[in-house]
Design a protein around this ligand. Structure first.
Ligand SMILES: [Zn+2]
Ligand SMILES: [Zn+2]
Length: 164
C-alpha cells in the first residue's frame, strides 16, 4: 500500500475513534441537562488534533432561574409542541449552547466537528452552518423528529449517523 493511502487509513481510524469517544463524552454531558423532557449533549471537537473545543447541553440561559425549562414540567410538553418545532419555547438546544459557549470563550469553530446525542433541528442546523462546523455526528431515536439533516446536507455539511 502506498504511504499516502496508509496515512489516509490511519487518519480515518483516528477520526472514527475520536467521534466515538466524543459521543461518550456528549452522553455524559447530556446528564447535566435540567430539562425534564429530554437530556441532550453536544461536543465540538477537532478530529485532527483530538481536542475538544466546546461542550453544551440543553438548558436555560445563563443566570435564568428555571423560567423556561428545568422545572418539573417542560413547557413544550405542557403546550404539546412536537420535537423540532417552535424552538424558542423551552430550553436552549445543546448544539446552540455548545456554539455559544465557544463564542463566550473566543474559540473559532471553522472546519470543526460536532457530535450530538440527538438529530439537529433546523434552527441548530443554521447555527452549525454559520459557525463553520463542517461535520455532524448524531444519534437518532424514535422520539426525535429530525428537521435539519436535509438543510445541512444541502449546505455541504457532512452528516454521519452513530445509530440510535
Ligand atoms: Zn427543556
Ligand atoms: Zn436544535
Amino acid at each position: 500500500m502506498p504511504v499516502s493511502s496508509t496515512v489516509a487509513v490511519a487518519q480515518k481510524r483516528i477520526f472514527a475513534m475520536s467521534a466515538e469517544i466524543w459521543d461518550e463524552v456528549a452522553r455524559t454531558i447530556a446528564k447535566q441537562s435540567p430539562c425534564p423532557r429530554a437530556q441532550v449533549g453536544a461536543v465540538i471537537f477537532r478530529a485532527d488534533r483530538k481536542a475538544v473545543l466546546s461542550t453544551g447541553y440543553n438548558g436555560q440561559a445563563r443566570k435564568s432561574e428555571s423560567i423556561l425549562c428545568g422545572g418539573s414540567c417542560c413547557d413544550r410538553d405542557r403546550l404539546g409542541i412536537p420535537s423540532g418545532e417552535r424552538i424558542e419555547i423551552g430550553c436552549i438546544h445543546a448544539e446552540i449552547n455548545a456554539i455559544a459557549n465557544a463564542v463566550y470563550e473566543g474559540i473559532a469553530l471553522a472546519d470543526a466537528c460536532i457530535v450530538i446525542t440527538a438529530p439537529p433541528c433546523l434552527m441548530c442546523s443554521k447555527m452549525i452552518i454559520q459557525s463553520g462546523i463542517k461535520t455532524v455526528y448524531y444519534r437518532g431515536g424514535q422520539r426525535w423528529t429530525s428537521t435539519g439533516e436535509d438543510y445541512l446536507s444541502a449546505h455541504g455539511v457532512q452528516l454521519i449517523s452513530l445509530g440510535r
